[in-house]
Each structure stands twice: as structure tokens, then as C-alpha cells.
Design a protein around this ligand. Structure first.
Ligand code: DGY
Length: 321
């Protein structure tokens, strides 16, 4: 019997490719930093038995309808909003993602962004690099305190919980909003469940950790931003489109909220001319939530293993559909 054919949409380390090559024919997009072209993906998906993809590949209905033999799609990410999972399910294609392995790493980055935004770290670095550091000044680059402040976490999933654990170490007052309350988290971390309005109006830091779905599209819109405290900081490390960027720009400019720390954007990559980057109170990162060496390696290994499971005819271990 012919070996199954796997297409990898981004250049991966040799050991990851080799893991698959032991039992599959494999081809791989040759660049690590350029997404696969739509044309190449359309061509490959026609023949592939399995697809190893990532957050920047748009695997929509039109793309999936080109697939003739596809049995498994494994994405090297926890979020899978870029994949039409309904069409995949209808076509009997298993979809797998990489939860858990990136939880702590993403929570670390979320907290780093929270701290950087509160304490104006990026502005401080710029001051030094631009040779603008004058004498010590009593109120120079004063930020806002993190300890004992209230953090409002929207989406108490795995990453939300890991952020809450970090917040608890900073003696923060933790409130959260979720589809349903989580008594275990309330007990272990002293967090309290809050309605959206209460969370928005009372939190010093609003942390978006919810997956991107039709329901969470622009969950943080102009109306939500207006409800936030003037001194509040918004942090988003989930998906860009959970926040209405135009409304966020206006709110930051008008001083309706204090600052924002963003690792994700509605359309990625953003260019240096993005309006949000004109604001000193925006700390922006290029979607690096899970980007530690160990975590990305583990995510890649897990993704390859999902493909092997699916091709053996097993149920993939982190099955979305
Ligand atoms: C994810 O896993 O969904 C991240 O956004 C990419 O690492």
C-alpha cells in the first residue's frame, strides 16, 4: 500500500519532518517566515491525506471542498478559528489542536504584557535607546500598580486559569467572566464570578482570554470600552478580532482607558503604520504568546503525532471534531 501523503504548511525542524517521514511521504512549504500561498495549499490539499497547518492558514469551506483524500488536519495551535470545523466534520476529516502544552507559556507572556503595559516598559526602553534619559525625575514614566489591583479575566479556560494563578501571586483581586462559573477556580484562587458589566466597570486590568467565535467577535467594542475605568488597561493575547480595533484606538486616544497590551490583531501581520502603533500607551507584540523554544517544539511534535494517529485510523488525542 502507498504511504500516506502529508503536507506541512510551514518549514519545520528536520526532526519534526523525520517523525512523519518514518511512515509517510512528506512535503513541506520551504519558508518558515512566509505563509504558504493559497495556490500551493489548494494544490496540496487535493492530494494530501493529512495537513500540518498553523494559525495563519485559512482552511475555509472552499479550501476543504478541494480535499479528496484528507483524513486529518492537525494545527500547531490551541486556537482553530481559521479552520471550518463544520465542513471538516461533514467530510469526516478529524481536526486536532495543541491545548495544555502552551498554557503556562502563553500565561507567562500575558502577564509580561500586563506588566509591561502597566509599568510602561516599552516607553522606558525607547527613552534609553533614543538617548532621552535626562535626570531622575520624581514623576517620570510613572505607571500603575499591579499588586492589589483588580484583574478581570474574560474567558476562564486553561490559559485564563493560568493567568489567574499568576495574578494571585501578585495579590490581585481576581474576577472573571465565563460561559459558566467555575467553583473550583473560585475556591483555589479566591476568584469571583462577575457579569460582563461588573467586570468591565470595576477591573483595573481587563484580560481577554476567550476563543474567537461568532459570539466573541468584537466582544470588546466601543460600548464595552466606555464601561471600563479611565485608568484601566486592556490586555489581549487571544485573538485580535475579539476586540474592535477602531473602537480601541478611539478609546485610547480619547483617554477613555489608560493603555492596551496586544499580542494579537484583527489582521496579522500589522504594518508599522497601524494606527494603534502611533499611540505611546499601546504595547504591541507580534503574536508570540506561545513562542518559547520548548513550547513551540512540543507543539510541533504533538501536531506530528496527531497526524500519525489520524493516519493510523485512530481517534486523534486532542480532537476538535
Ligand atoms: C494558538 O495556539 O492558538 C496561538 O495563538 C498560536 O500559538
Amino acid at each position: 500500500m502507498d504511504e500516506p501523503y502529508v503536507f506541512i504548511t510551514r518549514r519545520m525542524p528536520e526532526d519534526i519532518k523525520a517523525r512523519l517521514e518514518a511512515s509517510c511521504r512528506v512535503s513541506m512549504w520551504e519558508y518558515e517566515d512566509i505563509p504558504v500561498s493559497k495556490g500551493r495549499l489548494e494544490e496540496e490539499i487535493k492530494h494530501a491525506d493529512a495537513l500540518f497547518c498553523n494559525v495563519s492558514d485559512n482552511i475555509d469551506n472552499e479550501m476543504l471542498n478541494k480535499a479528496e483524500h484528507l483524513k486529518v488536519i492537525a494545527t500547531m495551535a490551541v486556537g482553530y478559528n481559521n479552520i471550518d470545523i463544520q465542513t471538516a466534520a461533514d467530510k469526516g476529516i478529524q481536526v486536532a489542536h495543541t491545548p495544555d502544552v502552551l498554557t503556562e507559556t502563553t500565561a507567562d507572556l500575558t502577564f509580561a504584557l500586563l506588566m509591561a503595559s502597566a509599568r510602561r516598559i516599552a516607553e522606558g526602553i525607547d527613552v534609553i535607546r533614543n538617548n532621552e534619559w535626562g535626570a531622575w525625575a520624581p514623576f517620570f514614566l510613572t505607571g500603575r500598580d499591579i499588586h492589589h489591583a483588580r484583574i478581570g479575566i474574560i474567558g476562564m479556560g486553561r490559559i485564563g486559569e493560568a493567568v489567574a494563578r499568576r495574578a494571585s501571586g501578585f495579590n490581585m483581586d481576581i474576577v472573571y467572566h465565563n460561559r459558566s462559573p467555575k467553583p473550583d477556580v473560585e475556591e483555589s484562587l479566591g476568584a469571583s464570578y462577575a457579569g460582563m458589566d461588573e467586570l468591565l466597570t470595576t477591573s483595573d486590568f481587563v484580560c481577554v482570554q476567550t476563543p474567537y467565535t461568532k459570539e466573541t467577535h468584537h466582544l470588546i467594542d466601543g460600548n464595552a470600552l466606555q464601561k471600563m475605568k479611565k485608568n484601566a488597561v486592556l490586555i489581549n493575547t487571544s485573538r485580535g478580532a475579539v476586540v474592535d480595533e477602531t473602537a480601541l484606538y478611539e478609546a485610547l486616544q480619547a483617554g477613555e482607558i489608560r493603555a492596551a497590551g496586544l499580542d494579537v490583531f484583527e489582521k496579522e501581520p500589522i504594518g508599522a503604520d497601524h494606527p494603534l502603533l502611533t499611540l505611546p500607551n499601546v504595547t504591541a507584540l507580534p503574536h508570540i504568546g506561545s513562542a518559547s523554544e520548548d513550547t513551540r517544539q512540543k507543539m510541533a511534535e504533538m501536531t506530528a503525532d496527531h497526524i500519525l494517529e489520524g493516519l493510523r485510523g485512530d481517534t486523534v488525542s486532542n480532537k476538535v471534531v
